[in-house]
Write a protein that binds this ligand. Sequence first.
Ligand code: NAI
Ligand SMILES: CCCCCC(=O)/C=C/C=C\C=C\C=C\[C@@H](O)[C@@H](O)CCCC(=O)O
Length: 282
Amino acid sequence: MAHSLNGKVALVTGGASGIGACTVRSLLEEGAKHVAVLDIEVEAGNVLQNELNTKYGENKVTFIECDVTNKETLVGAFNAVQEQNGYIDVVVNNAGILDDTPENFERTININLTSLIRSSLHSWKIMHKEKGGSGGTIINFSSVAGLLKFEAIPIYSATKTAVLKFSTCLGDETHYTRSGVRVLAMCFGVTDTPILENNTKLFDETAKINFKEFKLQRPESAGKAVTEAYKQGTSASVWLSNADEPALDVTKDHSKSMESALKVYLKMQQQKKKHQQQKQQQ
Ligand SMILES: NC(=O)C1=CN([C@@H]2O[C@H](COP(=O)(O)OP(=O)(O)OC[C@H]3O[C@@H](n4cnc5c(N)ncnc54)[C@H](O)[C@@H]3O)[C@@H](O)[C@H]2O)C=CC1
Ligand SMILES: CCCCCC(=O)/C=C/C=C\C=C\C=C\[C@@H](O)[C@@H](O)CCCC(=O)O
C-alpha cells in the first residue's frame, strides 16, 4: 500500500543543510502540512525556514535550535511541535557527523547513534497505537558505510551499522502490528554536502577515501529518495540512494547478511554440541 505525505506533520533533525534540508523540501513537495527543522546551525535554519515559508505559505516550516545530544532540548523540541500541530506523523533522524578522529569518537557515537535511538524511542512513545498514538513513520539515516567496509572510517561505520540493526529490529513486523509505527532505514552513497570538506576527519593520516572516485550524488536526489521510501516502504525496510538513481529497496540484499549470521549460529551450535559430547566422555 502506498503511503501519502499529504497533510502530515514531520520533524527532521539536522534539517538545516545537506540531505536533511533536501528532505524538508521533498516533504513539502509531497504535501506535508508542516515540517519542523531541528538543528544547531541557527543561521542556516532561519534562512531555510524563511525561504520555504515564502514559497509554501506561512507556518509551513518552523526552525527550532536544538542540539540532538541534549536530552531536554530534544524532548522540548518534540513537545513544541506537538503543541503547535497536535501530532507528529513522521520523524526523520538525519543529524549526523563524520568525524573519525579517535579523540572525538564519543561525540560521533552520541550524535549518530545515541541521539538517533533517543529520538526514535521518544517518537515511538508518541506514535505507538497502544500508548495513545495513532501510528506514524520513523526514518533513520544510515549509509553505504553501514552495509560495506570502509576502513578509513571505522567509528562512523560502526554507528551506521548499528542504526541499520536498530531500525530493522524496531520496525520488525512483531512490533509493527502492535505499534503502527513504521521504521525505515536509508543508506546513502557519497552525496555532495558539507559533511566533509576535506579528509582531515578520517581515522588517521594513512586513512584515505577518494570521494571523487564515486559518482557524487546530488543531495536533492537523496531528499527525493527519502520521500519515495516513505511512500513505498514496508516497516523494517532498508533503502539505497546512490549515484542519483531512484531509491532502491535493498531489504532482501541486506537480510542476506542475516543468512551469514545463521551460518555462524549453526556452526556455534555444532561447536556447543561437540563441547558437550567431549565433556560427557571425560
Ligand atoms: N553526505 C553523504 O555522503 C552521506 C551522508 N549520510 C548521512 O546523512 C545525514 C546528513 O548528512 P549530510 O547532509 O551529508 O551532512 P551535513 O553536514 O550537510 O548535514 C548534517 C546536519 O546535521 C546537523 N547537526 C550536526 N550535529 C548536530 C547536533 N548535535 N544536533 C542537531 N543537528 C546537528 C548539522 O548542523 C547539519 O545541518 C548524516 O546522518 C550522514 O551520516 C549518509 C551517507 C552518505
Ligand atoms: C566511501 C565512503 C562512503 C561513506 C558515505 C557516507 O556515509 C558519508 C560520506 C561523507 C562525505 C561525503 C563527502 C562528499 C564530499 C564531496 O563534496 C567532495 O567533493 C569532497 C572531496 C574531499 C576531498 O578532499 O577529497
